[in-house]
Design a protein around this ligand. Sequence first.
Ligand code: GLV
Length: 329
Amino acid sequence: MNKAVLVCRAVFPDIVDRLREHFEVETNESDVVWSRDELIAHLQGKVGVFITGTQPIDAALLEACPELKAACSMAVGYNNIDVPACTARRVLVSNAPDVLTETTADFGFALMMAAARRIAESEHFLRRGEWTKWSVEGFAGSDVHGATLGILGMGRIGQAIARRGALGFGMQVIYHNRSRLTAATEAELGARYVGKEDLLRESDHVVIVVPYSVASHHLVGAPELALMKPTATLTNIARGGIVDDAALARALRDKRIAAAGLDVFEGEPALHPALLTVPNVVLTPHIASASLPTRRAMANLAVDNLIAALGAGPNKGRPPTPLNPEVLA
Ligand code: GLV
């Protein structure tokens, strides 16, 4: 009998068919979000699983699913995967880097621009039928071109945002990251390294693109928001939990900062209720990578990883983007 794998959310059927060429496949076409116990139940007898950025793959789950050999995610962020626990059990795990970089950077830029130029706020005003006359200061926001762009986290997506800012909009780009880029990359991007506090003080627009971890939990909370200019915007396209959403809602309400753009939330899909009561925030449902070609590329990359990790297909034994390649040795 063929090996069995699980696809735990609804995924493009033609891409799932690529798995059917090699394995028996259980899918979740109704796209129910399974609890941990339901996921464990569906994983019984499965050697591989196609996951997204939310299913927890950790020691307790691996303990309950001893046949599992590979868990391949279509997300780039992998804070839902305990990589050392997987390595200890020789379970290959992979994420989906690179294929979503430019699409996600486009979205981060769009969200920042929407916050700066008050696009969502003014559209809501118009839809409410409140637009009765043009006015000089109506929805006057802040400029993006020529402004100072502060990027927290300077991985692939941060760098793609820096290029847009420097080359397309003539922005002064500053960044803060755990490790500093080489002088050549800084010169190519036109980006200057600064400390986190300086970044918050100097930026007109702060964009967050750091991975979520214990170290980045509430990286931006009330003390950090207090450092920002009252005219500044804050955009989070990284993960919920990096920004203290309650503190941000207060800062927006009190006009401590001008506006925010949020694609990710603490405890999503639930939102901190105060965020829904402040007008100066653009809210989107975790869609930064959601162009159709990119979501397909992400799903295809997870499938490539799963097929190869389970010893099938042309890349047999050589998944393209493993997080723990030592498992393959
Ligand atoms: C989306 O948030 C991802 O990590 O791919």
